[in-house]
Design a protein around this ligand. Structure first.
Ligand code: GLU
Ligand code: MG
Length: 447
């Protein structure tokens, strides 16, 4: 028998083929990096249709359209590879975002990334413009046992050191530029902002940011949670989607100095489409039993079908532009959709936002009124005149709004809709025994 000489096997880095499912959870499979790189990223891996029926609670919805049958592939998009090596990690965190396809490579009917791609392609074809976006994401650090620090406080930033610096370094290494790392209003709450990018990249980046933040917090023995509410009485974590349009010659296309709220006709119709379908959109953008705890008036989140100018209570906010130093407002001009959270797939969030806006553009809807004030202080008839409808603040309510909006439902293939709503109904059933802080804590452990 020949003698076998062994050296310690060093860790073989893995490339993680990742998709974000209807539950807003990044799932995937790891392949050895050497093999992946040798294949020039042409390595696909298997996936199972019923995975899309997985709930937050890791139980597959029953019934679901798929059962145990069928096979799919995760197909890496090599332009969407995000690799970094957080200083305390044993191996690099190497993520490549994937599309879900049939075995012959055609897009799978439920693939959220393909849903976004097709919405973007339609937007481009029908308007001649590119859609650009960025996700502004808030999260809470749990378990750090820090001494108290003031909201937005320098002390809140410094006591976390080097957490923020490590997160920024890792994300920049992964190719995601960071604008700001912010100590937010809530206790142990932070926020990360990035410059805008093309639509698919914006949603992919939102995913990677969450994973990098969670991983670096984990190495410190904490948990970073993007849950919409970590406790009922606490400050919510929002996912705010900023978006704008760029014309064929690279010119800003959402801005018109003479438009209402300085919106171009295109932006105005887009906003009107979003407001029209907003109650149904909630079932896809803030889509969990905890989401409604955040969507309350006076929370600076969003609670009505409300277009507002520079008002953080509005669901669709016209953001400020800076003119000092002769800066061009047109290039900065953007709208912010504030009714999303991390329990939703970022690809679906962006996809339905674009689909709703496109409906408004196709119908040439006029600019919606800009509301300023407190909707709760108005009489119901005054709210109605101002076009202010209360957003659903339960998942049941949101699903009813989705069921009632045949336009929103028409954006999805029948199987996709059945998969999505079946999964959400199962989630409701599984969450039934939980309420208040216990519900928030359960979700904080997942998101
Ligand atoms: N935390 C708020 C939310 O739930 C947002 C506060 C802010 O304007 O940054 O959306
Ligand atoms: Mg914020």
């Amino acid at each position: 028998m020949s003698k076998v000489e062994l050296k310690p096997a060093v860790a073989e880095p893995l490339v993680n083929l990742v998709v974000v499912d209807y539950a807003g959870i990044a799932r995937g499979r790891g392949v050895p990096r050497r093999a992946f790189d040798e294949s020039h990223g042409n390595k696909t891996c298997g996936w199972v249709p019923a995975n899309m029926s997985l709930t937050t609670f890791d139980i597959i919805a029953d019934p679901n359209p798929w059962g145990s049958r069928g096979d799919l592939r995760l197909v890496p998009d090599n332009r969407a590879r995000y690799a970094c090596w957080p200083s305390q990690a044993a191996t690099p965190l190497d993520i490549v975002m994937c599309d879900i396809t049939e075995l012959d490579g055609t897009p799978w009917v439920c693939c959220p990334r393909n849903f976004l791609k097709s919405a973007l392609a339609d937007f481009k074809a029908e308007t001649g413009c590119d859609f650009i976006a960025t996700f502004e994401q808030e999260f809470k650090v749990l378990g750090a046992e820090w001494e108290a620090a003031s909201s937005f406080g320098l002390s809140a930033l410094r006591r976390a050191d080097p957490f923020g610096s490590e997160v920024v370094a890792a994300l920049e290494q992964a190719g995601i530029p960071i604008e700001m790392f912010v100590a937010e209003y809530g206790r142990d709450q932070f926020e990360l902002t990035t410059p805008p990018s093309e639509g698919v990249a914006a949603a992919d980046r939102a995913v990677v940011i969450r994973e990098v933040v969670r991983e670096i917090a984990r190495h410190k023995g904490w948990r970073a949670s993007f849950v919409p509410k970590a406790e009922v009485a606490g400050v919510g974590n929002g996912v705010h989607v900023h978006f704008s349009f760029v014309g064929p010659k690279g010119e800003p296309a959402a801005y018109d100095a003479n438009g209402l709220g300085r919106m171009s006709a295109l932006a105005a119709s887009f906003a009107a489409g979003v407001l029209r379908h907003l109650p149904a959109l909630i079932a896809l953008t803030a889509a969990s039993p905890v989401s409604g705890l955040r969507l309350k008036p006076h929370n600076w989140s969003s609670s009505y079908t409300w277009l507002g100018e520079k008002d953080r209570e509005a669901t669709l906010r016209i953001c400020p532009t800076v003119t000092m130093g002769g800066k061009d407002p047109a290039k900065q001009y953007n709208l912010e959709f504030r009714a999303a959270d991390a329990t939703a797939s970022p690809h679906l969030v962006l996809g339905v936002l674009i689909r709703a806006g496109l409906e408004g553009i196709r119908a040439r809807l006029p600019a919606p009124p800009i509301f300023s004030g407190d909707p709760d202080a108005l009489a119901p008839s005054e709210r109605e005149n101002a076009g202010l409808r209360r957003l659903p603040d339960t998942l049941e309510g949101a699903l009813e709004c989705l069921a009632a909006d045949h336009v929103v439902r028409s954006w999805f293939a029948a199987e996709a809709l059945e998969t999505y709503t079946g999964m959400k109904r199962m989630e409701l059933k599984l969450a039934e025994g939980l309420s208040g802080d216990a519900l928030c804590q359960r979700y904080a452990g997942v998101y």
